[in-house]
Design a protein around this ligand. Structure first.
Ligand SMILES: [Zn+2]
Length: 500
C-alpha cells in the first residue's frame, strides 16, 4: 500500500532533520566503533575487533601490528597512533601506552579503547596527537574474552604475569614497551560491584571509574607525587564535569579494612612503574552481566582516558623531562636503596566515595573507614654493583632475557670478590594478604671463580630496582615465591651472589 504523500514528505523531512542533528551534535560520528554500531547491545568479539582494526590500518594515523599469538592461536594487536610521518619520528612527543582487557570478563575497557580509536580515525583527537604518540592494545586477552572468563584459555591471570612473563600476551606487551619506552602507561580494568564482603555492610561501591596510581615505594617519589597532586585532580575534575562519579582505586571491604591496591610489581601498573614510568590502573564499574549498562561503562572509561591524554598533551614537555630524570636516577645502580617488603597502614587521609545502598539501590556517599592509605617500608637493602646468576640457573636467565635485562655471559673464567647470603632459616610470612617465604640471612664475603656461562648482571641500567626486587631473597615479590624457584632458598647459601 502506498503511503500518503504528505506523510512521506513529513517523514523524509524528519529523516533529514535527524541526519542534520546527528551531524551537528556528533560531527565525529563518521567513524563508529563496532559497539556503537550495535547501539551498545553487543560486546565486540575478537574477530570483529580484528576486522575493525584492519579498517584503521595504514589509514590516517594508525598502524596495526600483532604483538602476540595466544594459546588458542588468536592475535593480540597493537595500534601505533601518530600524526607524524612515522611513529616515533618526533622525539619531542610524549609516548603514552594504553592497554585493556587483561581479564577477559572485563570488556568495557576494550570498548572504551575502540571508542577512542573511532574518534582518532575521525581526526577528532588531532590536537592531542600534535603532542603525543599513542600505543593502544585494546584487548590483551582475546581467549579469555571469548570464554567470558578472567583468565586465559590456559588458566593464567595475565595481571599476575608481568615479572616472569611466561605468557605470550604479557611478553608481547613488554616487548612493545621496550621498543618505545613510553613515559605514560595505563592498564584498564573493571571492578566487581556486588561482592558479599561489601553488600553485607549495607552498601556497594558505585563509582563509574576508579583510578589507581603507583603505590610501590620503589617507583620514584617524584612520579608518585606528580600522579597524586597533578594528574589525578585534573581527571577528577573532567569526570565530575562530565557527570561521572570517580575516586581513587581502593580494595578491601568495610568489614575488614580498605587500602589502595597492591604494590606488586608483577602487575600491569607497577611493572612499568618500577621502571619509573608514569603508570596508572583504571578500574571501571563492572556489570552484573557483561553487557549490562555497557554504554555508560565504556563511555565513562573513555572520558577518563581522554582526560589523561589531554593532561599529557598539555604537560608533555614537563612529563618527558620528569620521567627522563627519574629513569636516569635509577640507572645509577650501586648504592641505591631498594625496599624489599612494605605494607599498608592508616595514614590519616579522609576519603569520601559514592556508594549505593543495598537492597534499596539509593545513591549516597560514605567516608571510607578503616582506610590504610599509607604504604610504609618494612625492610630494605642497597643495590650492589652487579648480581651473579650461575649458568645452571637457566630458568632465571630466561626471565632476565624476557625482561630485556642487559647482562654479560661469562666466556673466560675469572675470580671475583662477592657477597653470598647464608640462609639461617626460612619462615612463611603474609603481606598484602599473600603468602611469601621470609628467610633469615647472613651476608658473607667470599672469593668465587666465575665459570663460562655464568651471568653477570650490572645494576647500572633502568631495570636496576626491578632486578633487586626479582633477585633479592628477602623481596616479598621475589623469584623465591614462585613455583619452580622455591629451591633457591633450600640450600645453605642463596645461589645468586652480589658484587658489592
Ligand atoms: Zn581486572
Amino acid at each position: 500500500m502506498k503511503a500518503p504523500l504528505r506523510s512521506v514528505v513529513r517523514s523524509t523531512g524528519l529523516c533529514a532533520l535527524l541526519v542534520l542533528l546527528a551531524l551537528t551534535v556528533h560531527p565525529q560520528r563518521r567513524f563508529q566503533s563496532p559497539v556503537e554500531r550495535s547501539g551498545f547491545t553487543r560486546l565486540t568479539s575478537c574477530d570483529t575487533l580484528q576486522a575493525f582494526l584492519e579498517t584503521l590500518d595504514g589509514k590516517g594515523r594508525c598502524t596495526v601490528r600483532r604483538i602476540a599469538q595466544t594459546h588458542k592461536g588468536r592475535s593480540v594487536s597493537s595500534v601505533l597512533v601518530t600524526s607524524s610521518p612515522r611513529f616515533g619520528d618526533d622525539t619531542l612527543k610524549l609516548r603514552v601506552m594504553l592497554f585493556a582487557q587483561q581479564h577477559g570478563d572485563e570488556p568495557a575497557g576494550k570498548e572504551a579503547l575502540t571508542l577512542l580509536l573511532a574518534r582518532i580515525a575521525g581526526l577528532d583527537l588531532d590536537r592531542l596527537l600534535s603532542r603525543i604518540d599513542l600505543i593502544i592494545v585494546p584487548q590483551m586477552n582475546p581467549d579469555g574474552a571469548e570464554l567470558r572468563q578472567r583468565r586465559t584459555a590456559d588458566d593464567v591471570d595475565l595481571n599476575r604475569n608481568h615479572l616472569l612473563l611466561t605468557s605470550p600476551e604479557t611478553r608481547g606487551l613488554h616487548d612493545l614497551f621496550d621498543m618505545w619506552w613510553p613515559e605514560v602507561t595505563m592498564d584498564i580494568h573493571e571492578y566487581g560491584t556486588y561482592s558479599r564482603a561489601w553488600s553485607d555492610s549495607g552498601f556497594v561501591k558505585s563509582a563509574d571509574v576508579q583510578l589507581g596510581m603507583l603505590t610501590n615505594l620503589n617507583s620514584s617519589g617524584a612520579l608518585r607525587s606528580y600522579e597524586r597532586d597533578s594528574v589525578f585532580p585534573f581527571i577528577s575534575t573532567v569526570m565530575q564535569k562530565s557527570g561521572y562519579s570517580f575516586h581513587e582505586y581502593i580494595v578491601g571491604s568495610p568489614a575488614d579494612y580498605i587500602r589502595y591496591s597492591t604494590t606488586e610489581p608483577n602487575d600491569g601498573r607497577q611493572s612499568f612503574g618500577i621502571l619509573n614510568t608514569l603508570s596508572f590502573i583504571q578500574e571501571g564499574r563492572g556489570g552484573r552481566e557483561l553487557e549490562e549498562g555497557l554504554e555508560r561503562r565504556a563511555s565513562s572509561q573513555c572520558v577518563s582516558i581522554e582526560a589523561l591524554l589531554a593532561f599529557c598533551a598539555g604537560h608533555s614537555t614537563e612529563i618527558r623531562s620528569l620521567v627522563a630524570r627519574e629513569r636516569r636516577a635509577i640507572a645509577a645502580g650501586r648504592g641505591l636503596p631498594v625496599i624489599l617488603c612494605m605494607d599498608h597502614f592508616p595514614g590519616g587521609r579522609e576519603m569520601i566515595i559514592p556508594v549505593r545502598r543495598v537492597p534499596s539501590g539509593t545513591d549516597t556517599v560514605w567516608q571510607v573507614h578503616p582506610l590504610r592509605d599509607r604504604v610504609k617500608p618494612l625492610s630494605a637493602r642497597t643495590l650492589p654493583a652487579a648480581y651473579i646468576v650461575p649458568g645452571e640457573l637457566a630458568g632465571v636467565g630466561a626471565i632476565l632475557d624476557r625482561n630485556h635485562v642487559r647482562r654479560e655471559i661469562v666466556s673466560d673464567p675469572r675470580p671475583v670478590e662477592a657477597v653470598a647470603y647464608v640462609i639461617e632459616r626460612v619462615q612463611p610470612d603474609t603481606l598484602e594478604d599473600e603468602w611469601h617465604p621470609k628467610p633469615t640471612l647472613r651476608a658473607e664475603k667470599i672469593q668465587r671463580l666465575l665459570h663460562r656461562g655464568d651471568v653477570v648482571v650490572r645494576t647500572d641500567q633502568t631495570r636496576s630496582l626491578f632486578l633487586a626486587v626479582l633477585l633479592e631473597p628477602e623481596s616479598m615479590w621475589g623469584l623465591v615465591k614462585y613455583n619452580g624457584f622455591s629451591s633457591l632458598l633450600q640450600g645453605k647459601e642463596y645461589p645468586i651472589l652480589r658484587i658489592p
